[in-house]
Design a protein around this ligand. Structure first.
Ligand code: ADP
Length: 166
């Protein structure tokens, strides 16, 4: 059985992430989305919220039989080993992603040679899209509907209302 891990902060999930999830899930028997809890950058959404958003999106896209969502802290390769994963899935948008992603993939391969990293290049329509863009627009009450899955739109706005930004 081929298991893939798609790790990230997903703060929040965007349509770019969803596109990678759908494409990667066709390549493996099971895809585990790993939501990072120990990232150095501070997230706007709690890990519970980020996991919940992902679960809503998985359900809405009928991916429940293939895709599950887990949070993790510590080393990615340890999480991948614990999940019996053969692959780590990452997305590449622009050349600016490349250096960081290459270093990460090579380091992970040194740590655990039996786990390989697979890169999906972004679809043209999502190449500009990042969670930080979504956060910026939402913080000013702008329209995020074309950037994130429909089922999370209201919760993203609610968060910014709750923190008093809009
Ligand atoms: P991280 O904090 O690990 O960068 P992100 O949630 O920002 O986590 O991204 C997780 C993965 O998804 C990364 O491999 C990133 O390159 C990829 N990704 C993010 N946005 C897009 C997009 N618009 N198209 C393709 N891949 C993307």
């Amino acid at each position: 059985m081929k298991i893939g891990i798609y790790p990230g902060s997903f703060d929040p999930i965007t349509l770019g992430h969803l596109d990678i999830i759908i494409r990667a899930s066709k390549l493996v028997d099971h895809l585990v989305i790993g939501v990072l809890t120990n990232i150095s950058k501070k997230t706007i959404f709690t890990v519970e919220e980020r996991v919940q958003f992902l679960n809503w999106v998985i359900k809405e896209n009928n991916l429940e039989s293939k895709v599950k969502v887990e949070s993790f802290n510590g080393l990615l390769v340890d999480f991948a080993k614990a999940q019996n994963a053969s692959f780590i899935v990452r997305g590449l948008r622009a050349v600016t992603d490349f250096d960081y992603e290459l270093q990460l993939a090579q380091t992970n391969h040194k740590l655990v040679p039996e786990i390989d990293t697979i890169f999906f290049t972004t679809r043209l329509e999502y190449s500009y899209l990042s969670s930080s863009t979504v956060r910026e627009i939402a913080s000013f009450g702008g329209d995020i509907k074309q950037f994130v899955p429909e089922c999370i739109v209201q919760s993203v706005y609610d968060k910014y209302k709750a923190i008093g930004s809009v």
